[in-house]
Design a protein around this ligand. Sequence first.
Ligand code: NAI
Ligand code: 15L
Length: 265
Amino acid sequence: MKRLLVTGAAGGLGKAMRGRLKSVADTLRLSDIVDLGDGQPHEELFTCDLGDRDQVFRLVEGCDGIVHLGGISVEDKFSKIMNANILGLYNLYEAARANGMPRIVFASSNHTIGFYQQNEYLNGDVPFRPDGLYGVSKCFGEALAHMYHDKFGQETALVRIGSCMEKPTNHRMLSTWMSRNDFLSMIECIFRVPRLGCPVIWGCSNNDAKWWDNAHVSYLGWKPKDNAEQFRAELDATVPRPAPEDPIAIYQGGPFVRDPIFKED
Ligand code: NAI
Ligand code: 15L
């Protein structure tokens, strides 16, 4: 495609994908609320608050696809989540509707289903069981995307990312880990497939210990290659396991299930 918008490009995942996403588009339009550093010739840099409708409309204009990583990415005060993840998402979908409905990859999260237990194997149809306000905001995002699909035909991949980082840092991530190369190959498939629809995609690598079944999206042709199992011995040797009665060891959302509802100032 010609121009791909990447929101949240200054974040952990955005920084890791910035170089890799060159394979998807001629021009990357990178945005964040914070500074993005110096741009390369194929990059356009936009500082933008997702909660600002006019800025978001300018941001989306002229884009052929969107990888939406921007927003609050952990449990936080509701006011912050509301601006970035709720108002911000509404602004993004309205801007997309006004600009030819470019296909969207929405970075949803495993925290939409964090209160399922680790001994449960989930398909793409299970009811939400969010583990905090952050997870609830991602449920809102998925519902919003479904509505824009049913009403207007807007296509979105609802990617419930597990833990997308260089390598797993605890035993839970033997199940939830997604390598960045697998994230990239998934994005390539999402933009290549002739008809996407609005599917849930579990964002994890081909982990032996995975909890999630992507059989319903086999039509994407995505075959994740990495497997967190290669890190098991290293984790056993360096990271203590939580006690079996600890919620971290019981629920798929891990430490997020123990977060409080944060008070506003
Ligand atoms: P991050 O917190 O490092 O990056 C998010 C970016 O969004 C930040 O650079 C931040 O400045 C920006 N942002 C926050 N509020 C904003 C606003 N109002 N307007 C514009 N930009 C704003 O998060 P990370 O790890 O890079 O994750 C990216 C996305 O993927 C997030 O939406 C997160 O919820 C989702 N995700 C990530 C996972 C992971 O393992 N990294 C797992 C599950 C979901
Ligand atoms: C998420 O949704 C977070 O954005 C990320 O920082 C990780 O904590 C991840 O989930 C996880 O569950 O490991």
